[in-house]
Design a protein around this ligand. Structure first.
Ligand code: ASP
Ligand code: MG
Length: 437
């Protein structure tokens, strides 16, 4: 049994949806669970719709609603003959959303967000399920809010593993068992979504569909989870930022977890742990070139250091904290500082302490950062640098570091056996020129 996950880019238009069907046809392999995201950039659009709804900006909400609806109908028109049942299904989804939006919003923004944003995944899976059927690929649509059981932490819900495993087994395994005469039964469901025990829809955090695939893989002890992407596999750096990127053909779970932790955006960071727990390999493959091997993440670690990996995080803030009374930075202060970060919901990317100060680098956030700074300023003196970058380099032995950091001013650095990190600021034009002279 395998799990395939198709993200937004892989179903962004009718051509892409047809390609998904081609891939599923090409790899008949026994029971398969297919996890699908919202089409293209639908989740972003639905986020904007939620905002407009919350502000009760009816015109704006209507415009966004209509364009999302039209986008889906346009795709469906290229996939189905006129009067196909798929159109009714899509119409119904949007009808429910439309009527939901006519009522004034409740107080809980995150609750409303999950209700509205989930429409993207529901509609995309309805379309794809019907299209597969149209192509003769028998499949069963499942509602993920009854498979992935979570707490009520809307927008970033935590999975109840026991309940989830039971739900997935009782629904999906049951379906597979019932259809033993079909050698390739397919269960199709939404990524990113979950549900509370009360039946309310939750979401697992942006880009959470990879995580859904891993949760299902875990629950069913799948032989493999495959994430289909618009890149050839896992690369040692983001090709949009770095030249000459290399494919990481095979890395260990630990290496992949570290890369995701430091900010490599290719796989959702929560994805790997459940797979590691049951030793389920994760493959990352290109939906453009499905016959190519792609990358595999498993227990094998011998190739982890074949290439250095580069991760760049921009829009960082480097904050230095000084006790007002000139006391040392000791455990009392550290515990206070950490609890302020936890309270603000800010993840620390890099930290360093000296006797008199504590420096922290983290992602700048329009809402969270000012709150954190305000709270810290009550007790400490604060200095900060905005708009800095965090560069992480794993397996740095062979890298020409001065070349890598050319034109950058180093504000902080840290090194261990595998990882070298710098917080840097790009030097002004003048400084760069005088340096290179
Ligand atoms: N559609 C969701 C998002 O764009 C989930 C996902 O794509 O993984 O964040
Ligand atoms: Mg996506």
């Amino acid at each position: 049994m395998k799990v395939f996950k198709f993200g937004g880019a892989s179903v962004k238009d009718a051509e892409a949806v047809k390609n998904v069907a081609d891939i599923i046809e090409k790899f008949p392999q026994g029971p398969l669970v297919v996890v699908v995201s919202a089409m293209g950039k639908t989740t972003n659009a639905l986020e904007k719709l939620t905002e407009a709804y919350f502000e009760q900006n009816k015109t704006k909400a209507n415009d966004i609603f209509n364009s999302i609806k039209e986008y889906h109908f346009n795709i469906a028109k290229e996939l189905f003959p006129a009067n196909h049942i798929a159109f009714n299904t899509i119409e119904q989804r949007f009808y429910h959303l439309y009527y939901y939006l006519q009522e004034p919003p409740g107080k809980n923004y995150n609750f409303e967000y999950d209700r509205i944003v989930s429409t993207g995944e529901f509609v995309s899976t309805e379309i794809i399920s019907r299209y597969l059927a149209e192509r003769g690929i028998i499949n069963q649509w499942f509602d993920a809010s009854a498979l992935i059981i979570t707490d009520t932490n809307y927008r970033d819900a935590a999975v109840d593993w026991l309940k989830t495993e039971n739900a997935i087994k009782s629904k999906i395994l049951h379906y597979f068992k019932k259809n033993q005469s079909n050698p390739n039964p397919i269960a199709l469901t939404q990524g990113f979504l979950g549900g509370t025990t009360q039946g309310f829809i939750t979401t697992l955090g942006r880009e959470g569909s990879d995580y859904t695939a891993a949760i299902i893989g875990y629950a069913l002890s799948a032989s493999e989870v495959v994430i289909w992407k618009d890149v050839q596999g896992l690369l040692n750096a983001d090709p949009k930022v770095f030249n000459n990127t290399k494919l990481l053909e095979n890395i260990s779970y630990q290496e992949a977890i570290e890369l995701a932790y430091y900010g490599a955006t290719i796989i959702h960071p929560k994805t790997l742990k459940p797979l590691l727990k049951r030793n389920i390999p994760l493959r990352v493959k290109s939906f453009f070139n499905p016959m190519e091997k792609g990358s595999i993440i498993n227990q094998e670690y011998l190739k982890d250091n074949l290439y250095p990996s580069y991760i760049l995080k921009t829009q960082q803030i480097l904050l230095s904290i000084f006790p007002k009374d000139f006391s040392f930075i000791a455990e009392q202060n550290l515990s206070r500082i950490f609890s302020e970060f936890a309270r603000a919901g800010i993840k620390i990317n890099l930290m360093q302490n000296s006797a008199l100060s504590f420096s922290v680098c983290f992602d700048e956030d329009k809402i969270k950062t000012p709150i954190l700074i305000k709270n810290l300023e009550k007790i400490y003196n604060i200095k900060y640098n905005r708009g800095v970058e965090l560069i992480t380099l794993r397996h740095y032995e062979q890298v020409n570091i001065s070349e890598l950091l050319h034109g950058k001013e180093i504000l902080m650095e840290q090194k261990n056996r595998t990882t070298f990190q710098w917080v840097v600021k790009t030097k002004s034009e003048e400084a760069v020129t005088s340096d290179s002279l």
